[in-house]
Every structure is written in structure tokens, then in C-alpha cells.
Design a protein around this ligand. Structure first.
Ligand SMILES: [Zn+2]
Length: 90
């Protein structure tokens, strides 16, 4: 029974993406949370996904912006992600 709670990184990242756009079942939520507790790489992945998703949604609201994302914006987003890491990991 406990084995179903332990999932691969592949499954964890798929669940993280699903979580951004749909509801996870209670089982899926438990699987993802447990995996995040034991896997720092996926924990980072989840945090990055949330940040990038928020950034994109916020960007969509700005009507004057085109779909093309320029290098300057990408660099700013990278800096933001690195800042979040520094705050969380000291
Ligand atoms: Zn993982």
C-alpha cells in the first residue's frame, strides 16, 4: 500500500504540471507532496513551474505584450528564480 505513494521524478513532474492546470486527486496530492519532501530536484522544479506560470499569467494580462518573449525578459525571470532560491536555501 505504501509503495503507491512513492513515485518517480517523471511522474512527480507530470503531477506538478497537472496541478497548475487541473485538480489533483487526494492520492495524487499525497504522492506529489511526499515526493517533494524526499526529492530536492523536483521540489525546485515545482517551485520554478509555479513561478513561471504566475509570470506567464501576469504577462497575458498585459495587452500590449506580444507572445514573443525577448531575451531581457528571460534574463529578468532567471534572476527572479535565483532570488527565490537564495531566500529559501540561504
Ligand atoms: Zn524527483
Amino acid at each position: 500500500m505504501a509503495n503507491i505513494l512513492f513515485i518517480s521524478c517523471y511522474k512527480a513532474t507530470a503531477l506538478a504540471e497537472k496541478k497548475l492546470h487541473a485538480h489533483l486527486s487526494l492520492g495524487e496530492q499525497a504522492q506529489l507532496r511526499l515526493h517533494q519532501l524526499i526529492c530536492q530536484a523536483c521540489n525546485r522544479y515545482v517551485n520554478h513551474s509555479i513561478l513561471i506560470d504566475k509570470w506567464l499569467k501576469n504577462r497575458e494580462k498585459q495587452e500590449d505584450k506580444l507572445l514573443i518573449i525577448n531575451d531581457e525578459e528571460i534574463e529578468k525571470l532567471k534572476e527572479k528564480i535565483l532570488e527565490v532560491h537564495k531566500k529559501r536555501e540561504g
